[in-house]
Design a protein around this ligand. Structure first.
Ligand SMILES: Cc1cc2nc3c(=O)[nH]c(=O)nc-3n(C[C@H](O)[C@H](O)[C@H](O)COP(=O)(O)OP(=O)(O)OC[C@H]3O[C@@H](n4cnc5c(N)ncnc54)[C@H](O)[C@@H]3O)c2cc1C
Length: 425
């Protein structure tokens, strides 16, 4: 058992972990806090599309933790967590370092899931981190350059075809960004932008099925043919194999080949692999997330909190999205502070405030409180401001200049709708 002065460790500096740390710092929490992440930069996942298209730069979308935590008492540790010994209260890093803790926050997020599709992991691009965006961008540039030099029209068509797998929110936002941005890139290299093909492959019969953005499906659907190049949507189409030169598809019972130099996989998520080493199966749900109490503690290890994509309160399940993760970060910080002062933890409150989807370069749609839909450039501004104002650095702090926007749209509506206190930003 570590001594009572051991730090609070936060594993994973994503939306849950980073916001737990920032809130603890603001609350003047007295125990030392270490934030551990395998990356040196925070990934603002909802804005990775803007990093790809160059609408925003890396300072805004993937800022360094050291910059984000400047002036805070939080210590950042860069390292890959390889094992956690819950009974022994110790965390092991792949580097060989290990850390004892008094309280622990598990905020490791989730991973891409490939449903065992042959070649999918090896030959498709993931789209979850800043590094994923950079390698995709490099590969696209090379494909366009090679396409510009080839005389073989079949090969050129393959080099200019991008397959996006999954018409959930990420697949749709990514396909929309590519369909607006990639033709211009090809034109800059001397090519004909209209030759770019963006093919969106979806297993289900309807886009956004079962997703929180489902109410936006008509708006999104109508936008698909209106990009710089139209998005070719194929529903009821299962990807059965991915190869370096293309994909094999099962299209409504018929096997088809899709020659494509680029395949991007957005179709599935799975639980972080460390979670199954922590607690027995019955303490995880069917997707492998950790079952937590309403106070976001592990039932058998109350000194351990978990939130975001890696945890679920079975009584009150919430979608795996950023707005849930950062509100849970606030709740975990509040409860850690309460425990440190001898008070009992309280149930986490999370308010879902609507959804925001990118519909291409400079376009977005927002659906607020199941009632209001805001589209086009105003939707785009609202989406960017809403995310950027969350972070504490001057480059992210748009609050002063954009107060009119958030005040006019979000806060007044929220008050009118529910009267809930605004504590998540
Ligand atoms: C492309 C994309 C777009 C999205 N867009 C939206 C959106 O528009 N709106 C929305 O609400 N949600 C969106 N989401 C979902 C949202 O980003 C997640 O729900 C949210 O990030 C979950 O927060 P988290 O803290 O649980 O995990 P994450 O934010 O994923 O953070 C987990 C952290 O743990 C670190 N980590 C993982 N394993 C280890 C290890 N072994 N050792 C050390 N560190 C480790 C990771 O590096 C990461 O920093 C999007 C997701 C993606 C992938």
């Amino acid at each position: 058992m570590p001594d009572k002065n051991a730090p609070t460790l936060i594993l994973g500096g994503g939306f849950t972990g980073l916001f737990t740390a920032l809130h603890l710092s603001r609350m003047h929490y007295t125990r030392p806090v270490y934030l551990l992440d395998k990356e040196e930069n925070f990934a603002f996942k909802p804005l990775l599309y803007e990093l790809l298209s160059g609408e925003m730069d890396s300072h805004q979308v993937v800022p360094r933790y050291e910059e984000l935590l400047e002036g805070n008492a939080i210590r950042f540790v860069h390292g890959m967590v390889s094992a956690v010994d819950l009974p022994g209260r110790r965390v092991q890093l792949a580097s060989g370092l290990s850390y004892a803790y008094w309280n622990l926050v598990l905020a490791l997020g989730s991973c891409a899931g490939y449903f065992g599709v042959e070649g999918a992991r090896e030959h498709s691009f993931a789209f979850r981190t800043g590094d994923d965006v950079l390698s995709l961008k490099r590969h696209l540039r090379e494909s366009l350059q090679r396409a510009g030099q080839t005389e073989d029209s079949t090969e050129r068509r393959r080099l200019l075809t991008v397959a996006v797998v999954g018409a959930g929110p990420s697949g749709l936002e990514l396909a929309s960004t590519l369909a607006d941005w990639l033709p211009g890139r090809y034109r800059q290299l001397g090519g004909d932008g209209s030759e770019i093909r963006i093919v969106l492959l979806h297993r289900g019969s309807e886009i956004l099925q079962g997703d929180m953005n489902y109410n936006l499906r008509w708006t999104v659907h109508q936008s698909l043919p209106r990009h710089v190049v139209p998005i070719e949507l194929e529903v009821e189409t299962q990807v059965t194999a991915v190869r370096p030169d293309g994909l094999t598809l099962n299209m409504r019972g018929t096997s088809e080949d899709l020659p494509a130099a680029t395949c991007i996989w957005t179709a599935g998520t799975q639980a972080h692999p460390l979670l199954k080493t922590l607690v027995p199966e019955e303490q995880r749900d069917k997707r492998g997330q950790l079952r937590v109490t309403p106070t976001l503690q592990l039932p058998t290890f109350p000194e351990v909190f978990a939130g975001g994509d890696c945890a679920i309160d079975a009584e009150k399940p919430l979608p795996a999205i950023a707005q849930v993760a950062y509100q849970q970060g606030y709740a975990i910080a509040h409860n850690l502070k309460a425990l440190s002062e001898g008070h009992p933890p309280v149930a986490a409150e999370v308010h879902l405030r609507g959804t925001l989807m990118k519909l291409g370069v400079g376009e977005a749609a927002a659906e607020l409180y199941d009632r209001y839909e805001i589209k086009g450039h105003l939707g785009h501004l609202l989406r960017q401001v809403r995310y950027l104002e969350l972070l504490p650095t001057p480059i992210h702090n748009f609050k002063a200049t954009t107060e009119w926007l958030t005040d006019a749209i979000f806060h007044r509506m929220e008050k009118a709708q529910s009267g809930h206190p605004d504590h998540d930003v």
